[in-house]
Design a protein around this ligand. Sequence first.
Ligand code: PLP
Length: 408
Amino acid sequence: MRPDFTPSANVALLKESATLAVAGRARALKAAGRAILDLGSGEPDFDTPAHICAAAGEAIAAGATRYTATEGILPLREAIAAETNARATGPDVVTPSDVVVSTGSKQSLFNACFCLFGPGDEVLVPTPAWTSYYEIIALARATPVPVFGDPDDGLKVTVAQLAAAATPRTRGIMLNSPCNPTGAVYSREQLTAIVELAHEHGWWVISDEIYRHLTYEGEVPAPSLLEVATSRDRLVVIDGVAKAFAMTGWRIGWAIAPHALATSMKALQSHTTSNAATPSQYAALAALVRQEESDAARAVMLAAFRERRDAALDVLAGVDGLTVVPPVGAFYLFANVADAAPPESEDAGTFFARRLLDDHGVAVVPGSAFLAPDWVRVSYAAPLADVVTGAQRLRALYESVRTAARVG
Ligand code: PLP
């Protein structure tokens, strides 16, 4: 007899990451011999720069193979604090003890939410947003409250929309700029207004700035909350090396938080995963301190992302009815396919993404993963030729389904 499994109340409502699920389906089709263009992926398609890999190898050879302090090695936290202080404008200096290094910024986000929020609390999530925010907040037994962004401004939320969604139970806001899935970037003025609103109400702001360095217009890197806030009170900044240094597999992220919260996150992590992998911490240290080499490697990646973004936008420009959020940062295009679904279909994004994968061999992520069911997310972290062909097939499918939907 197979043993029974009834999920505990902790995970009863938990859904698998929809973005990882798409990657899994694309992999399965590839394994079955299909040629799949993978525009679903959320990771740079570049190798980690050589100087970073070499630094990890040297650290291992020098014996960096044991546990470290739970919160991470001091030189890495010093480098993070120094880099932050060099650009932060507020009066509060970040010290290494305000920094907790974790196994990817996903864990940093989990630590922050788990330490800050609990049953009865509500957290405003500007939406569409990265799928894991909703689940992580729910794992803390708090309630994520989606606040839908402004279609005329890259689906970004305004303070008026946030204020309208707030209740006496609101405890925090989860910000993400540049945004996954839209690529939208909040301006300094917009960030300032949001921080002021949060300070006024005593809300925490968690600012996920993991795509900060991947910006193609305006200020590069994109403005950080630490550059506009007048105090670090109730601010948590989440960052990491995964996206900006092509280091997704090394699993290093961090949180910069007021000291008392950092101490609480460290205690939580000491009972879950302990320190992030030791060689990976030395690799991240090299990424931060060997700045010239890192900047040169990133410039190559940025140029490639920009070229692909522009090429995909060219293909999708002027398609009747197809709205695309102008992507300023990250490596995603967010396209509205509401007009290209037969009325009887499930949500438009899911229908469209399935047809595109099954019939045309292109993997994209349905917008329902980001609570935006009329949309699909197209990643341009893929070779230029794949991005162009994928965008052409998306366009062709959109035009044919839209016409059929209208005729039918
Ligand atoms: N935050 C956002 C907005 C992301 O898109 C991702 C990964 O896709 C992460 C955080 C997690 O990054 P990490 O690999 O550092 O855990």
